[in-house]
Structures are given as C-alpha cells and as structure tokens.
Write a protein that binds this ligand. Structure first.
Ligand SMILES: *Cc1c(COP(=O)(O)O)cnc(C)c1O
Length: 364
C-alpha cells in the first residue's frame, strides 16, 4: 500500500462540489436539450467581441502569454479609474483568493468568513493550515458586527461577499465603513464583488475605487459571471500596490492564458453586451418571481443573477427530480438550507422550462 504523508488540515478538506455540467447530465440520463441554472453563468454566452478577440489570439498560441498581463491590467485600471499598480489578474478570482492566502496566512493564523457564502474562502484557507472562523449570516445577510467582533490579533484576512452567494443579499456602504472602523491593524479585508454588476440597491457597497479607509482592502471581480467567460478562467483583484507587489512574487508567472487576456480586454469594451446581460437578468427575475408567486412558493429576492427558493421539502430530492426533467438546479443542503434550491436566471425559454418542471415536481 502506498503511504502518503498528508497534513491533517489538508486531509480534512471537503472537496468543492461544482454545479453539475450539462454534458454529464445528458450522458447519465440520456436526456438532450437540458437546461443548466446551477452555476450563475451568463445564459447569453460569451460576449461576441470577446470571441472575436480569442480568434485573433489563436495564431500566437505557440508563445507564452504576457506574464505581466500588460494590456488587460491597463484596461482594468482605466475602467476602474485606478493605477495599473493596484491590479492583479488571475486564473479566475479563485486564483486571487488562493494567492492572497498564500501571501498573507501562516499555518495557525486566523481567517474570518461569512457562512454560508462562497466555499473557496474556506477551502483555500484550510489548505494553508489556517483556522477558519465562520460567522453565521443574520437574516440571510452578512453579520458585520459578528465578524468584526471575531477579528483578533491573529486574524490576517476577512472575506466579505457582496452581493453574497448564495443568498443574494448586499451590505450598505455605511455599514461597511462602520465595520472597517472597528478592525485592528494588520488585517486585510477582501470584498468579493463577483455579482456587483447586477446589484440595483442604490445603497449597496461598491468598492474598487480609492476609499478613505484606515485598513487595506482588496476588491475581487470576475469575468465568469456577467461577462460570460467562466470557461476561460479570468478574474482580478484591486489592492494597495504594496500588496500587489507581494502577490506578484507568489503567483505563477503565466497565471492568465493569452486567450483569456485578449478576451477580457475585449469584454470590458463590450458595454452593449454588459447592458443586455444585466437587463436579461432583471427581466427574468420579474418573470420567475411572478411564476413562483403563482405556485405559492417562498423565495428570497436577490441583488444578483441567482436566488434561493424554499421548496418546503428536501432540496436534494427536488434536485434529483428536476434532473430527470433535464433541468439542473443547485441543492443548498450542504450550505445549511436543506429545503432550498438556488437557480440563476436563464434565457426566457429556459426560465419557462424551469417553471414547468418545478410545477410538475411539486404537484407529483
Ligand atoms: C462565481 C464566483 C466567483 C468567481 O470565480 P472565478 O474563479 O472568477 O470563476 C467568485 N466569487 C463568488 C462569490 C462567486 O460566486
């Protein structure tokens, strides 16, 4: 027998369970024409401008990517009104999460995260041997008081997910500023804004521009959601230049591939596509809410492209039954909502297909 010497803190990690891919559903159930509403992806597909940029980049695939990501970094800086020195690009924002932890966290250090929220904070922190302090949400929203109270001299990082996945709630700028006032020195606050483009609440916190705060913050953004480029893997962090400089030392030299760099630059220019994508989500939400009201199902209104539906029965069972009807949703059982599913807004016909399937599942 092979003996592997795995650290306890690695052995204890539960693997991330992604949304079920369309191909695997179709292979296992012999269904074609299925619909996936499980991973908060953009149902419109990638931006056409991004696709054209990828085409143009193909002939240079024998070359290494630009390790400094010059064009993309400049573009991100221009769009956000910041300096390129404040930008770090990554292989998805997952990469930036892992890099921040690699750069800042020693084994035994503490990381404060909301729960339930995006699981990669916990997984990356645990992989570094950190102690994860999970602070339960309050009324589905981040409990900033509870999080601030848990931060101590050993806390290196605090993760805020705004809007929060999987609950779709946001925090206000005032609440965030008050929270920042309470933090001791030596802690870095990460604000994950993977869905910020969808938020409509005028009081919603939006970081990424220079703010007058005493503690360093990092803003995370991704091309995986509204920009429709999840398969390419590209995201970025906005942070103090001194922290960016440290991240550059610990990242892979070519962490963002050349197609992803080219596509992301073009996607940032495709404001038409961005507007269309946001608009589709906002209109789809109205239709879905109305459909759920008609079925008498409870749901939680969202500031994102996804939301929770309380099925008042086992979510795992609903997930299974929906699969058989060719619709992939996400069971929220492992997130602590045993009766909730999470769906994202799809195309109009996908939303209709979902409503029909759901109706027959609850009537069965
Ligand atoms: C989808 C998502 C991300 C994006 O991850 P990528 O690695 O950029 O694809 C980050 N944070 C949250 C909360 C998400 O839901």
């Amino acid at each position: 027998m092979m003996k592997l010497n795995i650290p306890d803190y690695i052995q204890a990690i539960a693997p991330y369970v992604p949304g079920k891919p369309l191909e695997s559903l179709e292979r296992e159930y012999g269904i074609c024409d299925s619909v996936k509403l499980a991973s908060n992806e953009n149902p419109l597909g990638p931006s056409p401008k991004a696709l054209a940029a990828i085409q143009n980049s193909l002939a240079m695939l024998h070359r290494y990517p630009d390790g400094a990501g010059h064009c993309l970094t400049e573009k991100i800086a221009a769009v956000n009104g910041i300096a390129p020195e404040n930008v770090v690009i990554g292989n998805g924002s997952d990469d930036i999460i892992a890099l921040l932890i690699r750069a800042l966290v020693r084994p035994g250090d503490r990381v404060v995260v909301p729960k339930p929220s995006f699981l990669m904070y916990d997984i990356s922190a645990n992989a570094a041997g950190a102690v994860v302090d999970s602070i339960p949400l309050k009324d589905l929203s981040m409990d900033l008081d509870g999080m601030a109270a848990r931060v101590d001299a050993d806390t290196r990082l605090v993760f805020i997910c705004n809007p929060n996945n999987p609950t779709g709630t946001v925090i206000s700028r005032e609440a965030f500023e008050a929270f920042m006032e309470r933090l001791p020195e030596g802690v870095v606050v990460v604000v994950d804004e993977a869905y910020i483009e969808f938020a409509r609440d005028p009081g919603c916190l939006k970081t990424g521009q220079p703010m007058d705060l005493k503690r360093p913050i990092v803003t995370l953004r991704t091309f995986s959601k509204v920009y429709g480029l999840a398969g390419l893997r590209v995201g970025y962090g906005i942070m103090p230049a001194a922290l960016a400089e440290v991240i550059h030392r610990v990242r892979q030299p070519f962490n963002v591939n050349s197609m992803a760099q080219a596509a992301a630059v073009a996607a940032l220019d495709d404001t038409d596509f961005l507007e269309k994508s946001v608009d589709l989500v906002h209109r789809g939400l109205e239709t879905l809410y109305a459909g759920l009201d008609a079925l008498g199902l409870a749901y939680h209104k969202t500031e994102t492209n996804f939301f929770l539906i309380d099925m008042d029965r086992s979510a795992a069972e609903v997930f299974e039954k929906m699969l058989r009807k060719g619709v992939i949703v996400r069971s929220m059982q492992s997130y602590g909502f045993p009766t909730c599913i999470r769906i994202n807004v799809g195309l109009e016909h996908e939303n209709q297909r979902f409503m029909k399937a759901l109706e027959s599942v609850i009537q069965a």
